[in-house]
Each structure stands twice: as structure tokens, then as C-alpha cells.
Design a protein around this ligand. Structure first.
Ligand SMILES: Nc1nc2c(c(=O)[nH]1)N[C@H]1C(S)=C(S)[C@@H](COP(=O)(O)OP(=O)(O)OC[C@H]3O[C@@H](n4cnc5c(=O)[nH]c(N)nc54)[C@H](O)[C@@H]3O)O[C@H]1N2
Ligand SMILES: Nc1nc2c(c(=O)[nH]1)N[C@H]1C(S)=C(S)[C@@H](COP(=O)(O)OP(=O)(O)OC[C@H]3O[C@@H](n4cnc5c(=O)[nH]c(N)nc54)[C@H](O)[C@@H]3O)O[C@H]1N2
Ligand code: SF4
Ligand SMILES: [Mo]
Length: 857
């Protein structure tokens, strides 16, 4: 890097707070952000979410002060209230009656502190992490195969491989920079092959050499079949357990035999093969078996721990790996130490000076919230996660939280469904403010460094934990002066492993002084000695038999479809950050249920449908997609009470869990889809955000210029709804221009004051309404003339191109512009329109658009 002006303050090196790729970010003092060219994960790249980070910094709705029972409180009062709540629960129920529910969005130091408080001092195994919903099956698979939770490979293996198999991973949307690295490698080595195993055709399938639309939940069958195939082709291994693995019931994959045969051959023929897996694998009642079935195939073919070869579980959250390192899952101890090794338990007890160290694992997340629902938890502290939205059977979870006498939430935002339920709300520092480390999918530890002032009274999570611990009488064990001290202690814990050291060894970092910690460059573990760094791992391993089991709940005549859930390209989980950025909302503005056209008989495309299961229901807009597998539907996980209360998919998702890992089966719930009849559909654009309760169905999204778009539908009479909604946004001195013909169901109005547009409301009987992407632009104009008013109410822009969905959010390029630019491939489209030349996250969609373009006669 060249520095143009040496006196200018240098940018701060930090790490993206979204996915587990763990991209380095350079934050300049003027607030501009860019990818860190020196970070090994991304070498300067960022995806659409990373690129938009700067727009999430001044997040409205920040929680800025502690609150107790709805009232602002001092830190002292709030911390006293937490301690008192926990003391009471301990007195009433013992250590089983207190619990922490934490998250992969905490820094390692915060995570370590929370786990030490729970397991070491509250003396309870009742601490679990949202990683239970995310990584628990991979963790269980690793521990069964390798005796330890370790990911053998590194990102470079994806570039060195000749065959990359993605199982249950929408890498293009969920780990975009890793996908870009893969695509770049593939472009430079055309012999490299990419296989995608996913019941639905995703953006990741664009450019893949083979897509295997596997039957939902059938991955174990596929990899059991592959194991036998490899054995028949002469592959042998001396690792224990092979015979049992080979004779385990194989099961049916639901795949076309020719496609299956191609895959089996490719795999058998290609020594440099990486199998990367994610939530289509983990979030299953056979999740741990899926992981082991994959690992078995790599063991038998000897493809592990070598360049370009290995099973590769990618982490979801920025610090999912760090949480596993500190042992914050209910069934783990700190530092990869093991409850099954008494010498380690003794060593940790002595090191922490924690005589009441928990004696064994606690309940996993779903069980923990069930215990809360049964009144067995007196105090529950939720940190950096939104279980009211993200846990399955979420209505039961909400009811459970409401039963907890002392419900505490530490969060950055006030606008979370979980924070709304909490009695005690503690403001935490967020990204750009907090200081510590995270570990990515390839075991690289990176610093997250602060570059912003602490807002309001927000404090670091570790500090909050330490303050509560002190009030409970354990000040000495939590007397850190900053994250460096916690990191040193965490590193020292890893040296307690006995009789044998673990791969997870940070002994070489236990002596870092504060300055070295401050300047720490990204480093991969194991780090057994100072100055060393880890690489690929080739662990001793065993085969695990994985007899095929179908998903926990079978479909039946009453619930004939399978509900699959997951992510969108530009949203992050419960949308507390990404939901506030207009250009991130532009890509997929409303909550949808995607169904194959042939499964949609009797349903109106674009209309609202109710998706019902035995657990609950959600109402969403129906989207027909040919890439959707017959018999199943896909719904994004992101919408919440804040954005679209009726569209929370986890209200309908079943709470079945994997018997080995405890991970919920979030990708498979039997459901039926029925019309959700509405008397009217409409939208309201206003200069403020209105409560979603203004209509029976609502989906809110921010638009440019501070305008809020409210997509609405109702069962009341349209004319009445029209009047009611108008009165909600009426302003003094403003007047309505109305176009109404109730007989044909036309209700349109614009609120104006001195030629300025203040609100626009459109209602009709049918879900199809005029395009509205262009309307927010009118709000900024100072004089809306007669012509503009006419075109406004006509719902057609007077000039400019007709509206079309945004594909490239970096350059604001629509599908119509891409199709109309004359470019025949992604590069040509990029040259003509700029689309795909920013972060590159939209390239797979551009390719898909071009592929569907009719060939000129
Ligand atoms: N844009 C974006 N990126 C993210 C996140 C986000 O919220 N938004 N979250 C991050 C987090 S925490 C995580 S865990 C990761 C998740 O990353 P991914 O796991 O890639 O994402 P998902 O969309 O949850 O699920 C992946 C795919 O599994 C498929 N699937 C469903 N059932 C099956 C099955 O039985 N077998 C197979 N083989 N596939 C199946 C689904 O159709 C889906 O396409 O993403 C991370 N990155
Ligand atoms: N149906 C279905 N459900 C799913 C999934 C699915 O695929 N389908 N995926 C599951 C998976 S893999 C995951 S990881 C979960 C994610 O689900 P959640 O963890 O519930 O989702 P988030 O919206 O990321 O919630 C994080 C919260 O932490 C806050 N926060 C961020 N940083 C900090 C911090 O430093 N300190 C504190 N105290 N707070 C902070 C944010 O403001 C936000 O409110 O969802 C799971 N649920
Ligand atoms: S891929 Fe995107 S979301 Fe993930 S860490 Fe990199 S910039 Fe952040
Ligand atoms: Mo996750």
C-alpha cells in the first residue's frame, strides 16, 4: 500500500461483522470503508453486505441506555437488578434455574467471559449459543470423527481443488467472497468442476457443472452410496470403523440415476476434492450423520489434510468458530477441554479458582427454552441473538420467555422482538465500537478494532458480564482491564489439555502483551509456540456409521408440502442492521413463499398465501419459481415483528432436533399452502415508519431519502381502509389529491403541501399494483406539477425507463437495463452498465437473467 500523505491518520484494520468468511475491512477516519487488501480471507474484496457496512453505522433505534421494567435506569441500578434476578433464581431453583443464551456475533473475549460466568461461577451447564441452530451438527460430526471440533482445511483448498462439492450451501449468497474466490479459480483453471447439492436451484448453481436436486434430507443416503462406490472402486483405509460405515442402511437420494452416476464417477476420479457443507447439512434431524457421511468419504479416499482436499464445514456467523473455541455450547467446556477427561475438569477448576464448576453439559437451546416455558428458569440472559425470531416453534419460544421472571437482553438495538420482551435491557457496543477477536471458518483469528466513539451509555459485553459477576461476589475472577487480558487467559486455558494437547492450542499467544494484542495480524491456529502459525490439519480419524433416517416429521395428506427456509443475498438474519439500508432492501423487498408453478394450483401468483403447519402459520406473498423443487417451498428466515409480523416463518417451523447434536431441523417442516383472502391490497409511502399493525398484513421497508414503504393488505372494506390510512398520515396544512372509484376498486391518493409530496397511498382489490420503486424519488422534489401529479396517480413515471427490479445494488442496475444493454455475458453487461463490477455478489443473477433471455430469431 502506498501512503499519499504520511501525516494523515491511518485506517483502522478490522473484520466484517457478518458472515464466517471473516473478511478484513479498512475503516478510514472519514468513515469510508473498503476491503483490506492484506487480509488473507478476502485480499480486498467485499460482498454487497460488507460494502454497505458504512450505511449501517448510524443505526436508528440503537439501545443507548440501560432499562429496567420499561424505564431508563442507571448502569448501577440495571446491573444490580440483573444480579438480584439471578440471585433469586439461584435461591429458588439452584444452578439449573439460571441460564445464558449467547451468540456467534459476540467477540471471543465477550464469549469467554459469558461462558466463564455460567459454567465456572453460576455452576451451570445452562449456557447455549445460537450456534446450536447453526454449527452444532458440524461440531458433533468433527468430534465423532476427529475426537475434537476441528476444520482440517483452509480457503486456499477451494482454489487448489479440481472438484468442489457444495452440500446444502448457497455460497454465492451466504459466503459471497469465498464464492468469488472459487469462481476466479475456476475461470483460471477451466478443468475445475463445481457440483451443487441442494433440493432447489439457487444462485450458486449458476456456473456449476452439475446440480443435484437431492430429495430434502437425503444427503446421508447420497454419501453412504458414495462410500460404497468408493469402496467398490478399490479405495481402502486403515482408520477404524469402516465396516460398520459400509453396512449402514444407504437410503434413497431421489436423484436421476444418470446424474448420480456422474457425481459418483467425478468424485472417485478426482484426488483433489473439497466437500464444503453448510445449513442444508447441519439444520437437519440427521445433521451430525450428514457431516460424518461426508467425512467418511474423505477418509476412505484419503482426501483430507492435503492441498485441495478435505471436508469443509463453513461457519455462518462472524464468530461461530470463536464460540466453539471458548466452549459456549451447552455440551462443551472452555478451550476444547472435555468433561469426559477428569484431569481437564480438575485443571480448569483450579485455573479459574471455580470450586462450583458445572459438573456436566446443560440442555441445548430448544430444550432450554422448553424448560423456560415450563417455569423452570428464573433468570435468562440473552446476549446478541434474537430467539423470538430465530428459534423454531417461535410462538412457544415467545411464551416461554414471557414466563421468565428475570429476562435480560444485551443488544445494540431496541428494535428487536427479543429486546421488546425483556425486563432488563442492557446497551451493548456494536461493530466499529467493540474491541476483540473473531475466528473465521478457516481457523484464522482476526482483530475487530474500534474506530467509532461509544454511543450513549453502551458498554462492551465482557464488561457487562464482569460487572454482574462482581455483584454476585466473584469480582476477582472477572477483574480484567480490557480484552487483551481476557484473550491471554483464553489462550492459557488451551494449555490445560491433558493428557494430550488439542489441535486447538493457543499457548503461543498466552504471553501477548497489550501492544502485541493491539497490533495482532490475522493468525491461524494452532499456535503452540510464539512465532508459529497453523496450516492444514491432518487429524487421526475414525469412520462413523450413518444409517439413513428420514426427516423427523413426514409429510401427510393434511400437510403435503415440505417447508425449506434460509437466507437472502442482501439480508442478515433478523434484519436489525441490513433491514435499515434501502439499497439492501431493494433486492427482495417483501417476504415471499417460493413454490414450483405446478404446485400452485388454486393459488394466485403475487397474492398472499397462508403457510400452515402443525405448529403455526405465516402469511407471505406467493412467488412462483421453476428452480424450486416440486413438493417443497422456500421461505426466507429474515422477517420479524418489526418488519412483517405475519411473515415470521419460524412460527410454522417444527422444533424437532438432531438426537446427536441437538440442532433443530429448520429445513424441513410438513406444511400446506392455502390462499389468504384479502379484501384489498395496497401500499403507503410516508416520511416516517408506521406500526405494521395498521393493516391485517404489512411488510415495511425503508426507501431512499428516509421514506418508508408499507406494503399492506386487509380484510376490512377498502373504502374504509382508504379513509383510515389517510387519516394516519394527515398533516396540518397538507391536502389530499384523490383518485377514487370504489365501484372498480380504485383508491389512490397523494398528500401534498406547497407542491411537496408527503405521502402516497394506493389501494386496489388485486395484489397487482402499479410499480412504486420510483415514487420515493418524488418526495425530494420541491414542486410536483400538474403533469407529475397525474403520472403519480396513474402510477406511471412521466419520463425515464419503466421500473424494473434492482439486481446490482452497488450501481443500482435493474433487470431491464441488464437485458436491454446488448451484452451477451456477465463481463459485457458489466462493461455496458456497471452491473456486477462493484462487489460482484450479483454476478450469478446476471448470468441467470442472460440464460433466460430469449434467443433472437
Ligand atoms: N446473505 C446472508 N449471508 C449469510 C447469512 C445471512 O443471514 N444472510 N447468515 C450467515 C449464517 S449465520 C449462516 S449459518 C450461513 C448459512 O449459509 P447457507 O447454509 O449457505 O444458507 P441457507 O440459505 O440457510 O441454506 C443453504 C441451502 O440449504 C438448502 N437445503 C435445504 N434442505 C436441504 C437438504 O436436505 N439437503 C441439501 N443438500 N440442501 C438443503 C437450501 O435450499 C439452501 O439453499 O450464512 C451466513 N451468511
Ligand atoms: N427457519 C430458520 N431459522 C433459522 C435459520 C434458518 O436457516 N431457518 N438459521 C439459524 C442460524 S444458522 C442462525 S446463526 C440464527 C441467527 O439468528 P439470531 O442470532 O437470532 O439473529 P440476529 O438477527 O443476527 O440477532 C443478533 C442480535 O444481536 C445483536 N448484536 C449484534 N452484535 C452484537 C454485540 O456485539 N453485542 C450484543 N450484545 N448484541 C449484538 C443484533 O442487534 C441482533 O439483535 O438463526 C437461526 N434460525
Ligand atoms: S463475504 Fe461479505 S458478509 Fe461475509 S465477511 Fe466478507 S464482506 Fe462480510
Ligand atoms: Mo448461522
Amino acid at each position: 500500500m502506498t501512503e499519499t500523505c504520511s501525516s494523515e491518520p491511518r485506517p483502522v484494520r478490522t473484520t466484517c461483522p457478518y458472515c464466517g468468511v471473516g473478511c478484513g475491512v479498512l475503516a478510514a477516519p472519514d468513515g469510508t470503508l473498503r476491503g483490506d487488501p492484506e487480509h488473507p480471507a478476502n485480499r480486498g474484496r467485499l460482498c454487497s453486505k460488507g460494502t454497505a457496512l458504512g450505511e449501517t453505522l448510524d443505526q436508528p433505534g440503537r439501545l443507548l441506555h440501560p432499562e429496567v421494567a420499561g424505564q431508563r435506569a442507571s448502569w448501577d441500578a440495571a446491573l444490580d437488578a440483573v444480579a438480584e434476578g439471578f440471585r433469586r433464581a439461584l435461591a429458588q431453583h439452584g444452578p439449573q434455574g439460571v441460564a445464558l443464551y449467547v451468540s456467534g456475533q459476540l467477540l471471543t473475549e465477550d464469549y469467554y467471559a459469558a461462558n466463564k460466568l455460567a459454567k465456572g461461577f453460576l455452576g451451570t451447564g445452562n449456557i447455549d449459543s445460537n450456534s446450536r441452530l447453526c454449527m452444532a451438527s458440524a461440531v458433533a460430526g468433527h468430534r465423532r470423527a476427529f475426537g475434537e471440533d476441528l476444520v482440517p482445511g483452509v480457503y486456499e483448498d477451494l482454489e487448489l481443488a479440481d472438484l468442489v462439492v457444495l452440500v446444502g450451501s448457497n455460497l454465492a449468497w451466504c459466503h459471497p467472497v469465498l464464492f468469488q474466490r472459487l469462481q476466479a479459480a475456476k475461470a483460471s483453471r477451466p478443468g475445475m468442476r463445481l457440483v451443487v447439492i441442494d433440493p432447489r436451484r439457487t444462485a450458486t448453481c449458476e456456473g456449476a457443472d452439475l446440480h443435484l436436486p437431492i430429495a430434502p434430507g437425503a444427503d446421508v443416503a447420497l454419501f453412504n452410496t458414495l462410500l460404497r462406490h468408493l469402496h467398490a472402486r478399490g479405495f481402502r483405509s486403515t482408520a477404524p470403523g469402516l465396516d460398520a460405515a459400509l453396512t449402514a442402511a444407504a437410503g434413497e437420494t431421489g436423484l436421476d440415476p444418470a446424474l448420480l452416476a456422474t457425481f459418483l464417477d467425478w468424485f472417485a476420479q478426482t484426488p483433489r476434492t473439497v466437500t464444503l457443507f453448510s445449513q442444508g447439512t447441519n439444520q437437519s434431524s440427521a445433521g451430525a450423520d450428514k457431516a460424518n457421511a461426508i467425512i467418511n468419504c474423505h477418509l476412505l479416499s484419503g482426501r483430507i489434510g492435503r492441498p485441495g482436499a478435505g471436508p469443509f464445514s463453513v461457519t455462518g456467523q462472524p464468530n461461530a468458530m470463536g464460540g466453539r473455541e471458548v466452549g459456549a455450547l451447552a455440551n462443551m467446556l472452555a478451550g476444547h477441554l472435555d468433561w469426559d477427561r477428569p484431569a481437564e475438569v480438575t485443571a480448569l477448576r483450579a485455573f479459574w479458582r471455580a470450586p462450583s464448576l458445572a459438573t456436566g453439559p446443560g440442555p441445548t437451546a430448544v430444550e432450554l427454552f422448553r424448560a423456560a416455558g415450563e417455569g423452570r428458569i428464573g433468570a435468562l440472559w440473552v446476549m446478541a441473538t434474537n430467539p423470538a425470531v430465530s428459534l423454531p416453534d417461535s410462538e412457544a419460544v415467545r411464551a416461554a420467555m414471557a414466563r421468565v421472571p428475570c429476562l435480560v437482553a444485551s443488544d445494540c438495538t431496541r428494535d428487536s422482538d427479543t429486546v421488546a420482551l425483556a425486563r432488563i435491557r442492557l446497551p451493548a457496543l456494536g461493530w466499529g465500537e467493540k474491541d476483540g477477536t473473531v475466528t473465521n471458518s478457516e481457523r484464522v483469528i482476526s482483530r475487530q478494532r474500534p474506530f467509532r466513539r461509544w454511543p450513549g451509555e453502551a458498554r462492551p459485553d465482557w464488561w457487562i458480564v464482569a460487572q454482574v459477576a462482581a455483584r454476585l461476589g466473584w469480582a476477582e475472577a472477572f477483574a480484567w482491564d480490557g480484552p487483551a487480558a481476557i484473550f491471554r487467559e483464553h489462550a492459557a486455558v488451551t494449555a490445560l489439555a491433558r493428557p494430550a494437547p488439542r489441535a486447538f492450542d493457543l499457548s503461543g499467544l498466552a504471553g501477548l502483551d497489550d501492544a502485541a494484542y493491539a497490533g495482532m495480524a490475522p493468525i491461524r491456529w494452532p499456535v503452540p509456540r510464539q512465532g508459529e502459525a497453523g496450516g492444514r490439519l491432518a487429524p487421526a480419524a475414525r469412520f462413523v456409521p450413518t444409517p439413513f433416517r428420514p426427516p423427523a416429521h413426514a409429510t401427510d395428506a393434511a400437510f403435503p408440502l415440505r417447508l425449506n427456509t434460509g437466507r437472502l443475498r442482501d439480508q442478515w438474519h433478523s434484519m436489525t442492521r441490513t433491514g435499515l439500508v434501502p439499497r439492501l432492501m431493494a433486492h427482495h423487498p417483501e417476504p415471499t413463499a417460493s413454490l414450483h408453478p405446478e404446485d400452485a394450483a388454486g393459488l394466485q401468483p403475487g397474492g398472499l398465501v397462508r403457510v400452515e403447519s402443525r405448529w403455526g402459520s405465516a402469511v407471505l406473498r406467493l412467488k412462483l419459481e421453476a428452480g424450486q423443487a416440486r413438493g417443497s417451498l422456500f421461505i426466507p428466515m429474515h422477517w420479524t415483528d418489526r418488519f412483517a409480523p405475519a411473515a415470521r416463518v419460524n412460527a410454522a417451523v417444527n422444533p424437532a432436533v438432531d438426537p446427536v447434536s441437538g440442532q433443530p431441523e429448520l429445513k424441513h417442516t410438513p406444511v400446506r399452502v392455502v390462499p389468504a383472502p384479502m379484501a384489498w391490497h395496497g401500499f403507503l409511502l410516508a416520511r416516517r415508519r408506521l406500526a405494521p399493525e395498521i393493516a391485517d398484513w404489512a411488510a415495511l421497508l425503508p426507501a431512499e431519502g428516509g421514506i418508508w414503504r408499507h406494503e399492506l393488505a386487509g380484510t376490512d372494506r377498502p373504502a374504509e381502509a382508504f379513509a383510515r390510512l389517510r387519516s394516519l398520515v394527515a398533516e396540518p396544512g397538507a391536502a389530499w389529491v384523490v383518485l377514487e372509484d370504489a365501484a372498480i376498486g380504485l383508491h389512490r391518493a397523494a398528500l401534498l403541501r406547497e407542491g411537496r409530496l408527503l405521502a402516497a397511498l394506493f389501494l386496489g382489490r388485486e395484489p397487482e399494483l402499479p410499480p412504486r420503486d420510483w415514487l420515493p424519488g418524488l418526495f425530494g422534489q420541491t414542486a410536483i406539477g400538474l403533469e407529475a401529479r397525474r403520472s403519480l396517480l396513474a402510477g406511471v413515471p412521466a419520463d425515464g425507463p419503466p421500473p424494473s427490479p434492482t439486481i446490482c445494488v452497488c450501481h443500482g442496475v435493474s433487470a431491464a437495463s441488464i437485458l436491454g444493454c446488448g451484452g451477451g455475458d456477465v463481463a459485457a453487461v458489466g462493461a455496458a452498465t456497471g452491473a456486477g463490477t462493484g462487489c460482484g455478489s450479483c454476478k450469478p443473477e446476471i448470468a441467470a437473467l442472460l440464460a433466460r433471455m430469449p434467443v433472437p430469431a
